[in-house]
Design a protein around this ligand. Sequence first.
Ligand code: NAP
Length: 274
Amino acid sequence: MTGPRLLVLLGHPVAHSLSPTMQNAALQAGGIDAVYQARDVVPEALREVVETLRSERAAGNVTIPHKHVMATLCDRLTDAARAAGAVNAFWLDADALVGDNTDIAGFDAAARAVLGGHAARRVALIGAGGAAAAVAIATRAWPDAELVVWTRRADAAKAFAQRFDHARAAGTLRDGLADADLVVNATPLGLQDDALPLPIDALAPGAAVLDLVYRPGETALVHAARAAGHRASDGMAMLVEQGAATFMRWFGIEPDRSVMWRALGRAAPSTSMP
Ligand code: NAP
């Protein structure tokens, strides 16, 4: 098996990340002699750390707050990374440092899973930050998809919508949710407590909910949406799918997703399996 022997996650903070647990389980299951480590890197040290990793022929992932700066440190970007202006996965191709954005593929796969295998036509997106950009880039490739964006600062929603042809800003959150067949939470609401980012009674009948936030036992939004009869999934599916897409880039083979789900303490949902 060719591929990197050292894999790192660069972030600050990074100790809480589940990626080492998930990726080391996949490496072991695949019989790959490589190790995945989390490294806390302060912003001022990123450039030097990346150059050292390049000399070690390491590959890895990048998380908050380094995704945008990493895009400027790579020799080559994939189309996805260029579109997002952000890199969450990197590796060496010969001597060129390649940056990719697998959050986009991760969202796409997680969304299709909660939608029962197909894309949505009308997507309501709450939040306008980095994860929201991955949602916008993925949904722009869906046939005739419309994206309606709402965030707590109206100017931020408008500026975000102007970046994407298929997007517009919602006047109110309820307007944005009306008729949406997929609703995505791309804010941190629900990460630390049971705050709901949207009124459940405003969801259209049959709407599916994808919360990009994840926590043990799933989020309050997922529980509340399911209780009201909606299909709902938290951000664990996107985490696994971006991790699987990255593993493919590094090693050219699919990891065992059920092993990754088990390492995260959950059973793999049958709809997210290939
Ligand atoms: P980000 O770039 O900081 O964007 C966060 C967005 O949420 C901004 O629009 C922000 O609005 C809004 N927001 C922040 N706090 C809020 C609050 N208290 N109430 C309402 N809106 C609020 O962060 P990100 O990278 O997009 O990540 C967002 C969340 O997605 C993360 O917390 C993480 O849980 C999740 N995520 C999951 C995955 C996955 O693999 N599952 C991947 C990436 C991210 P302002 O500009 O007004 O602050």
